[in-house]
Design a protein around this ligand. Sequence first.
Ligand SMILES: NC(=O)c1ccc[n+]([C@@H]2O[C@H](COP(=O)([O-])OP(=O)(O)OC[C@H]3O[C@@H](n4cnc5c(N)ncnc54)[C@H](O)[C@@H]3O)[C@@H](O)[C@H]2O)c1
Length: 257
Amino acid sequence: MALESQRLAGDVAVVTGAASGLDRGIAMKLALNGAVVACADINDQGNQETVDMIKKAGGEAFPVHVDIADSASVKQAMKYIYDKMGKITILVNGAAYIKFSPIETCTDEEWEKVLKVDLTGYFYCLREVYPYMKASGGGRIVQLSSSSAKSGSSFGGPHYTAAKGGVISLTKYAARRWAKDNIRVNTICPGIADTPLGRHPEAPKGAFEEMLKNIPMGRVAVPEDIAGGVLFLVSDESRYVTGITLDINGGRYVYGN
Ligand SMILES: NC(=O)c1ccc[n+]([C@@H]2O[C@H](COP(=O)([O-])OP(=O)(O)OC[C@H]3O[C@@H](n4cnc5c(N)ncnc54)[C@H](O)[C@@H]3O)[C@@H](O)[C@H]2O)c1
């Protein structure tokens, strides 16, 4: 496969969650447009598969082990990438952990574990990438929230839903604060997608099919759909865009489910 473009030539992109699903598709898209991609995930095997897929397609990538819920691990990963490449100019925060327990029975442990990955982990990644991005002359950050953040969610539980809402606020905070450093920060809210998370065996029975019914375009998202939005938000075409939330959901504008 030939590269699609060189619009990200010279960029070094960190993609968390790259071992699977949407983030794998995003890593591929950034590499196919000229970025060197650091595939950062807790799942080493899946991560290596993504790297191999990117290389096979003619892109450049390397694996980095990270647990985004562990601040020391995030610190070490960002340092490793910066030391290896001499810059970090793109971060996609996409890794996620989902639970479906309803609020009435959600345990302290479940709440804390989900928030630790899906919100605190995003905070760690922002904090630890900032000095490197600043030293690189600026950059672009995209955070993966979810339509759940706006709908109240018939899918993920209260922890996942609240964490995804927090991601949108965290994006706005960072966008406002780091504009002076030439760092743009935006959120994407995907609708339901055909990935291991979207098809999770613990999800409420029939939720996937029910959500599909409410998508005017008549299909769920595939990684390429979300990756296209990420490419726009990290490209120069969006150079005056920061702090926004981009909904990519096949027209599910009425958040009824
Ligand atoms: N799939 C959907 O329907 C959907 C819908 C809306 C939003 N999203 C969001 O899009 C993003 C990607 O979702 P996906 O469907 O590709 O999920 P996925 O489950 O396929 O991939 C998530 C990745 O995150 C990694 N991960 C989990 N915990 C980690 C940790 N502590 N440290 C590092 N990596 C960790 C996993 O190993 C996995 O590779 C997520 O933020 C998700 O919440 C997904």
